[in-house]
Design a protein around this ligand. Structure first.
Ligand code: BEZ
Length: 242
């Protein structure tokens, strides 16, 4: 099979652990400086392929209806597509006035939506994946921590709407890992046991847990401990009853 060569302008992609590339942008909520304006908070920077398209519309309605839940976890949302500002404004108005999805209607998108007609920001973040589409961003999601460091990246193709429960789970898991110096196993949710120490370092885990009886080691490399849901939520949420 013949493989297409990616063009150099599309090949730069920030990675986990990198400082989030800086940019200034015009949005539906005014100008923003990213990540500077979000210092001290988590931010989710996400792209969508195009305004006035159905999958993106279902995603925006879902994300907007969850915005307060993300804010309660100290996380702001920032959207981007390579459409212009007036397209964004008209699309968001149409969503509010005309579209109902999964029982959600009359939805106000209050988070900023970046206009990026030059594709400058989309290219900087590797959101244009030319073998998928050269003129639309894929569905990229960047989790940026309060220090402006990229902590997780998820990419979806054009045809696949994102799972917003998973995006929220990732955010809470990252915050839990930071707050309690633990890792989170497959399908982890608050209340489930957490993994102690980085993978493969049970020595470290044992040292750290010395004298604590609740550590459960299945083998030298697989140690976990309980971490109560209330303890997690008290730490990472502004209002745990939200
Ligand atoms: C959509 O959001 O429906 C969509 C956008 C671009 C390509 C395919 C689907």
């Amino acid at each position: 099979m013949e493989t297409q060569q990616a063009q150099p302008e599309f090949t730069s992609m920030p990675r986990i652990g990198d400082k989030a590339p800086e940019f200034k942008a015009v949005t539906t909520q005014g100008e923003i400086n990213f990540p500077g304006d979000y210092k001290g908070k988590w931010a989710i920077l996400f792209s969508h392929p195009a305004d006035f398209t159905p999958v993106c519309t279902s995603e925006f309605i879902t994300f907007a209806s969850l915005e307060d839940k993300f804010k309660n976890a100290n996380c702001d949302l920032v959207g981007l597509s390579i459409d212009g500002l007036y397209s964004h404004i008209a699309w968001l108005r149409s969503i509010k006035e005309k579209i109902e999805y999964n029982g959600m209607k009359d939805v106000d998108v209050k988070f900023p939506l970046i206009e990026d007609i030059t594709m400058e920001i989309a290219k900087k973040y590797g959101m244009i994946q030319p073998n998928e589409d050269t003129t639309k961003a894929v569905r990229a999601v960047f989790f940026v921590d309060p220090k402006g460091i990229i902590r997780a990246i998820i990419y979806y193709p054009l045809s696949l709407g994102r799972n917003f429960d998973e995006l929220y789970r990732v955010l809470i898991a990252l915050q839990t890992a930071d707050a309690f110096e633990v890792a989170t196993p497959a399908d982890w949710r608050p209340g489930d046991d957490v993994i102690i120490g980085p993978a493969g370092s049970c020595g470290t885990a044992k040292d750290r847990m010395d004298g604590k009886e609740d550590m459960n080691c299945k083998d030298w490399y697989f140690c976990s401990r309980p971490l109560a849901k209330d303890v997690v939520l008290d730490k990472v949420l502004k209002d745990k009853n939200f």
